[in-house]
Design a protein around this ligand. Structure first.
Ligand code: ACO
Length: 328
């Protein structure tokens, strides 16, 4: 028997029906479709309606993944929800999802690593499966970022979208699965993307709410540079560790933050545009949901075949970043 690895057995995705186009944003702030498209690649993004909440989409995406994996929810030993926009502070969104799905023998917790949350989750699930602590794991990335977006701030409100993606992982002793993972952080850059109010440091009051302190604040320019460097570096690191080169990759899914970031990372890695997946035009930046949504779309479109090397790389608020290399 070969080495036991974790592999992704199936994926799923879900998002609100509501769509906000660049034309809709032109009515809210001083911006233009031309500026948004040329600076970010985004044309539209899904937006939750009143009454919709993060676990609603997380559960829908997870149900799809579980059905496709053809496993019983009771056999899932681990439910991770990567999110920075939980349903509520307590309990974790993962616990709400666990109950809804009937994963009654699972540990459940959230990961707050912003856009890197899904890769953080894959890394933990991989270790739990390899160590034999659990057989099946459910990893979800789910966000309703629009609740924390200031729709008077043109530098952030054009970027973010809502949605969820999920993956079911299980063990394999075949020559496939997760080959290498790396996750990192650097909290010295915390204020490059953060929400200053609403926690224990600045508790929510009528003043913090009217002052918009719960909204995301971002230094986009500075993040851009760190994002490109860290995603390229971590990609090379996981490739090196598994003994591969960028040329060997058949599908590269970077976190969908900005089309120009994607292109800059691809150019640093010197990989052909044809292997780089982008759906930013239709989703915007959905933070932790962006990679699992993209992976699910790639599977649906037949962009990933057995034996293919698939590279995932992310970067997000914290700041956090990570890379995962898979053999499909
Ligand atoms: N419409 C029109 N003009 C705008 C808009 C807008 N929506 N937003 C900013 N501008 C203006 C600015 O005010 C500025 O004007 P000025 O020169 O008169 O001051 C000008 O455009 C240029 O602004 P920059 O910020 O320099 O524009 P840049 O080309 O850097 O693009 C952007 C901004 C899109 C935010 C880019 O920096 C970016 O994508 N950064 C990375 C952000 C990111 O990925 N964040 C998420 C991390 S992941 C996570 O954890 C959720």
């Amino acid at each position: 028997m070969g080495e036991v690895r974790a592999e992704i057995l199936s994926t799923g995705r879900a998002y609100p029906e509501g769509i906000m186009t660049n034309a809709d944003l032109e009515k809210l702030v001083e911006t233009s479709d031309e500026w948004i498209t040329s600076r970010t690649g985004i044309k539209e993004r899904h937006r939750a309606a009143e009454g919709e909440y993060t676990s609603l989409f997380a559960v829908a995406a997870a149900r799809q993944a579980i059905e496709r994996a053809r496993i019983d929810p009771i056999d899932i030993g681990l439910v991770i929800c990567a999110t920075v926009t939980p349903d509520q502070i307590l309990p974790s969104t993962a616990c709400l999802i666990q109950a809804e799905l009937g994963c009654n023998k699972a540990a459940a917790f959230d990961i707050a690593a912003a856009c890197s949350g899904f890769l953080y989750g894959l890394t933990l699930a991989n270790q739990m499966i390899r160590s034999g602590l659990t057989r099946y794991a459910l990893v979800i990335g789910a966000e309703i970022l629009s609740r924390y977006v200031d729709f008077t701030d043109r530098s952030t409100c054009v970027l973010f979208g809502d949605g969820a993606g999920a993956a079911v992982l299980g063990p394999t002793d075949e020559d496939r699965g997760i080959l290498a993972t790396r996750i990192y952080s650097d909290g010295r850059f915390a204020e490059q993307l953060y929400s200053p109010g609403g926690g224990t440091r600045i508790p929510p009051t009528a003043e913090t709410l009217s002052g918009g302190l719960h909204y995301f604040k971002m230094k986009g320019n500075e993040l851009f540079k760190v994002a490109v460097r860290s995603m390229a570096d971590v990609s090379l690191e996981v490739l090196n560790e598994a003994g591969y080169k960028p040329d060997d990759v058949k599908l590269f899914i970077p976190h969908q933050a900005n089309q120009r970031i994607t292109e800059a990372v691809a150019s640093r890695l010197n990989v052909d545009d044809s292997i780089v997946y982008s759906n930013i035009a239709y989703h915007g930046n959905t933070s932790s949901a962006s990679i699992p949504i993209a992976l699910d779309e790639c599977i649906e479109k037949g962009k990933v075949q057995e034996g293919d090397l698939v590279l995932l790389a992310s970067f997000g608020g914290g700041v956090t970043w990570g890379g995962v290399l898979l053999k499909w």
